[in-house]
Ligand binder design. Structure first.
Ligand SMILES: [Mg+2]
Length: 386
């Protein structure tokens, strides 16, 4: 048996993502540090509010659609726009499709089976597809490479935009598999140290937001992000911004994000100032500072956060989708104004099958919680009274 046949058969015997991640690390295939954080258990969530899960999931189509007419069009001082409502031509794009397809696979298989995810991602037309996902599909579908060798070394946004589903399987019974899900679902399409470390950092942020009742302080976002991203990226990488005032920087991405966000906060930059300084195109080193800074400024004001995310950024649908899932996880679905949430709930924006996915996710959580100490409360209920 050749080495690749052997690897193929070892992976095909895995029935969990953790098993797959361990083998991929053993084979030196994953571009990331095998940090001990990936083997730690996330903190327990005593009471799971379905309203927060709905907020996290519906935040994606809201931000995605709001931003879709402006994707790739950078805002500028002379061309500032305030986007408060869906334009007639607005629609969902890849951010929403990939998020809900990921959940469909989870509901069907009981886990994020990467081979099935690869099939799902390459089976249907993707709206506004990014270049890395396109290359992944070419590798997997056209060139017939195995799923575990089809991901490209890219720090594009295509994995972070569809990250939110990874927390769902773990809400009732948290295990280290949360981190494996973030690593492997990212590795599948974006086998890149920056993409994988950012995914784990955002999985942690989402997890903490689902536990919180109050918006955290601005500094919290920097600290929480750096603590995790650094572990998985390591200290010896050499990333440089591709645009803006700080092009001479070369070093770890987590350190760049930390410095930029500290500077933005202490100098009271507007999101537009941040866009001018580092850009906000389809590259994680631009998207992530923009998404985090928007949350640092407006975590207590969901409408302001999501409209600012799309108004002030170039990859506006994706920054919108990311801020959408963060703000939704923090405040729950009730936080979104009717004019933005209504068209999602009545099927005007998303296929009805995606709405069914949300219902099925809730049924999954309620069933999983039966006989468990973790309480699950529905949309309008709070944990104290539920
Ligand atoms: Mg998009």
């Amino acid at each position: 048996m050749s080495r690749s046949d052997n690897l193929e058969s070892k992976l095909s015997e895995c029935k969990s993502i953790t098993c797959i991640m361990d083998i991929l690390f053993e084979e030196n295939l994953i571009n990331a540090e095998q940090s001990k954080l990936l083997y730690s258990k996330p903190r327990r969530i005593g009471c799971v509010q379905l309203g927060k899960v709905e907020g996290m999931l519906f935040g994606v189509p809201i931000g995605d659609t709001l931003g879709s007419p402006f994707e790739g069009k950078p805002p500028s001082e002379g061309n500032f726009r305030v986007i408060n409502d869906y334009l007639p031509e607005a629609h969902i794009t890849d951010d929403t499709q990939l998020t809900f397809w990921t959940l469909e696979v989870f509901l069907e298989m009981g886990w994020f089976d990467p081979k099935v995810l690869a099939d799902r991602f390459s089976s249907e037309w993707i709206i506004g597809i990014g270049s890395s996902i396109r290359r992944f599909i070419r590798n997997y579908k056209d060139l017939g490479k195995p799923w575990y060798l089809s991901g490209v070394e890219s720090a594009g946004n295509g994995a972070l935009m569809r990250l939110s589903p990874v927390v769902i399987p773990h809400l009732i019974n948290p295990t280290r598999e949360l981190w494996s899900d973030a690593v492997v679902t990212t590795y599948l399409t974006h086998n890149d140290r920056l993409a994988i470390s950012f995914a784990v950092a955002f999985a942690n942020i989402l997890w903490e937001l689902l536990r919180k009742d109050e918006p955290p302080e601005p500094e919290w976002w920097i600290r929480e992000y750096v603590n995790v991203a650094r572990e998985v990226e390591g200290d010896f990488t050499q990333y440089s911004p591709r645009f803006g005032k700080f092009k001479s920087y070369s070093g770890p991405a987590w350190e760049f994000v930390e410095k930029i966000l500290e500077r933005a906060l202490s100098n009271e930059w507007s999101p537009l100032d941040l866009n001018t300084a580092v850009g906000s195109g389809a590259y994680l080193l631009e998207t992530v500072p923009m998404a985090l800074y928007t949350m640092m400024l407006y975590a207590d004001d969901p409408t302001k956060a999501i409209t600012t995310a799309v108004s002030s950024s170039k990859d506006s649908d994706t920054v919108g989708a990311i801020v959408g899932y963060l703000i939704g996880a923090l405040h729950g679905v009730k936080a979104f104004p009717e004019h933005l949430l209504g068209p999602v709930l009545n099927g005007g924006l998303m296929p009805l099958t995606f709405l069914e996915v949300v219902n099925n996710v809730e049924t999954f959580l309620v069933n999983q919680a039966k006989g468990n100490v973790v309480k699950v409360v529905s949309g309008g209920e709070s944990c104290e009274h539920g």
